[in-house]
Design a protein around this ligand. Structure first.
Ligand SMILES: C[S@@+](CC[C@H](N)C(=O)[O-])C[C@H]1O[C@@H](n2cnc3c(N)ncnc32)[C@H](O)[C@@H]1O
Length: 300
């Protein structure tokens, strides 16, 4: 995989870094950003992008003062190795207490950008995976309604499926511009795409505590047949045109293609690099230990 190889060569912890970079190429999401939340951040390649694009340039700029440095808060269920300029919180984004911890870090200030690359452990049962994925997006949206400033942006991974138009309508309640984007580094074979939501504008008088009531009014998953996004409610013809955009340099690397390995500078065959940062406590660690133990007892 060309992006996996390039990620190691450029020092990214995961190939996902290219997805965020390509979304930025198209939508300029980092412009003017001083405070950002990275939801579901482990192993940390998006946080690395945020650190390299926002924190490090400010840190090494002669004009920046300590108080001007961007604030980056990253959250994941899994622990993550440190990244310069990134505050880490280990927790479940669907848990209200995690949201409170994030909000406390912002100390009354609002974020300019919230990104969420959350993905459940995929089961292969598409309906189930899509449902759990939408729960992560809704958890992200809950955090957004508490900490995103008006005019701010929200980028969230989605799984395209039969409820995509419902999700689109729900996001449109809060953002006048919502585009579903497929970065060039995201494989065509994957149902993954990214909702790029711009210009956060909650409905007048909106109270974040009423989020779920508001979302339910748009319709229950698969329950509604008459989605009309112009009003956001369940009425009118079932006519939702979702802006869908391929992004990133379209003449660049194709994630569904294989490329020949280049030679090393001395003419020898390409030497594969080790991963930049293996997960420090992967959820599969226990399974591997159990498998090894059972193989040993079988052999003896
Ligand atoms: C695709 S990975 C994110 C990759 C990351 N953006 C990067 O660039 O390195 C998805 C992450 O979602 C996290 N995740 C899934 N459900 C979560 C939840 N409920 N709360 C917090 N993190 C969650 C997983 O632990 C996993 O690390």
């Amino acid at each position: 995989d060309i992006y996996y190889r390039k990620a190691k060569e450029e020092g990214w912890r995961a190939r996902s870094a290219f997805k965020l970079l390509q979304i930025d190429e198209e939508f300029n999401i980092f412009q003017g950003v001083k405070r950002v939340v990275d939801l579901c951040a482990a192993p940390g390649s998006w946080s690395q992008v945020l650190s390299r694009q926002l924190y490090l340039p400010a840190k090494y700029s002669a004009e920046s003062k300590e108080e001007d440095l961007p604030l980056i808060v990253a959250i994941d269920l899994q622990p993550m190795a440190p990244i310069e300029g990134v505050i880490q919180v280990q927790g479940d984004i669907t848990n209200a207490r995690t949201a409170e911890v994030v909000i406390r870090h912002f100390d009354g200030c609002k974020a300019d950008l919230v990104v969420c690359d959350g993905a459940p452990d995929v089961t292969g049962l598409h309906d189930m995976d899509e449902f759990v994925q939408s729960q992560l997006i809704l958890a992200g949206l809950t955090i957004v309604t508490h900490i995103l400033k008006e005019g701010g942006k929200f980028i969230a991974k989605i799984f395209r499926g039969k409820d995509t138009s419902l999700l689109y309508c729900q996001l449109k309640l809060f953002f006048p511009t919502v585009t579903f984007a497929k970065p060039k580094s995201s494989r065509n074979s994957s149902i993954e795409a990214f909702a790029v939501c711009e210009n956060y504008s909650p409905p007048e008088g909106f109270n974040p505590r009423d989020l779920h009531l508001l979302l339910e009014k748009v319709g229950s998953p698969s329950g509604g047949s008459d989605l009309d996004c112009s009003s956001g409610w369940l009425e009118g013809p079932n006519k939702v045109y979702i802006p869908f955009l391929a992004c990133g340099d379209l003449s660049g690397y194709d994630s569904d293609r294989s490329y020949p390995l280049p030679k090393e500078a001395d003419g020898s065959s390409y030497r594969s690099l080790d991963p930049i940062q293996p997960p420090i406590a992967p959820p599969y660690k226990r399974a591997i230990e159990l498998k090894k133990a059972s193989a040993q007892s079988f052999n003896s």
